[in-house]
Design a binder for this molecule. Structure first.
Ligand SMILES: *[C@@H]1O[C@H](CO)[C@@H](O)[C@H](O)[C@H]1NC(C)=O
Ligand SMILES: *[C@@H]1O[C@H](CO)[C@@H](O)[C@H](O)[C@H]1NC(C)=O
Ligand SMILES: *[C@@H]1O[C@H](CO)[C@@H](O)[C@H](O)[C@H]1NC(C)=O
Ligand SMILES: *[C@@H]1O[C@H](CO)[C@@H](O)[C@H](O)[C@H]1NC(C)=O
Length: 264
């Protein structure tokens, strides 16, 4: 699998472009997918640094009590820090905490002394900043991960992936309490099932969730068009599809055959 940041994303932040190979098994590990570091630097012995150390510890323990998603603010301006964590909803508390511990450790070495930073993993996301809302750069930044090419029935495969992901995107936004959905659809003999997962930050509101997912789904033709598996991750929303099951639990949606073949 390859990981890259789309070149279309603006690089206002320090460029932290990654091009590396991932040897990722279906059962995910605490594997770093990407990071974004920005907004200038804090001083080594500053109050900001003390607050950062504190919020990283709090976020990890809060996440364990809040099902993976927590948003916390500590300190007084100008040393105030806002942080949030988001674990993949199908990941249990111990894996979520393990991922966030890795993230808290990595974020300070990946983005040393940066006033704001985001790190993405397969199973969790961690963000801190002196700003509560995401900057333009943060909200439009994507991490893209892809598998090798699909070689069989490509047009049908692409239609099914689109159908699956847009169906579960709407489902996650409007019909789930935590804006997370998984789904599957039958494909072909060699690859019987396509599996999909979508997730939004649970407090962002249904309309914004759907919009965020729709925006990243439009990146499929450019980045994941022929791929048999792929992911696009933003701070606020993400999706993934594969021809193997990569999430825990049964699929929340099972799609019927969308295009019955005429004459059969
Ligand atoms: C930062 O703290 C360390 C340990 O307390 C101290 O040795 C160092 O001089 C301090 N640096 C600054 C710039 O204050
Ligand atoms: C974050 O965790 C704290 C402590 O457990 C809790 O009081 C707060 O409600 C949580 N926030 C969210 C958004 O879950
Ligand atoms: C959490 O999930 C992992 C992977 O599915 C599993 O190995 C582990 O036993 C689970 N832990 C708990 C406490 O359920
Ligand atoms: C999908 O495949 C399974 C196993 O072959 C089958 O039982 C099921 O009916 C199929 N579903 C649809 C909607 O075709």
């Amino acid at each position: 699998m390859l990981v890259s940041l789309p070149s279309s994303s603006p690089l206002v932040f320090l460029p932290c472009i990654l091009f590396f190979l991932l040897h990722s098994p279906p059962i995910a590990t605490n594997e770093l997918l990407g990071q974004l570091c920005g907004n200038g630097n804090y001083a080594a012995n500053s109050t900001y640094k003390t607050n950062l150390n504190f919020i990283l510890l709090s976020l990890t323990s809060n996440a364990a009590l809040s099902g993976g998603f927590n948003s916390t603010t500590i300190g007084q301006s100008p040393n105030q820090i806002h942080g949030f964590t988001l674990c993949r909803e199908d990941v249990n508390s111990s894996l979520c905490v393990s991922c966030l511990k890795t993230a808290s450790h990595d974020i300070v070495s990946l983005c040393p002394s940066n006033i704001e930073a985001v790190v993405w993993y397969d199973q969790c996301l961690l963000r801190y900043s002196n700003q509560l809302s995401l900057s333009q750069t943060e909200s439009s930044k994507e991490i893209v991960v892809w598998d090798i090419d699909m070689t069989i029935d490509v047009p049908l495969f692409q239609n099914l992936v689109n159908e699956l992901l847009s169906t579960i995107a709407d489902w996650a936004a409007y019909n789930t309490p935590r804006m997370f959905a998984t789904g599957e659809v039958n494909f072909t003999t060699d690859f019987p099932t396509i599996y999909g997962l979508v997730q939004c930050r649970p407090d962002m509101g249904a309309g914004r969730c759907q919009q965020c997912l729709q925006e990243i789904l439009t990146l499929i033709p450019e980045w994941l068009g022929q791929k048999r598996g792929g992911r696009v991750l933003r701070v606020d929303c993400n999706f993934r599809f594969e021809v193997y099951k990569f999430y825990d639990g049964t699929s929340m949606r099972k799609l019927g055959s969308p295009t019955p073949v005429k004459g059969k």
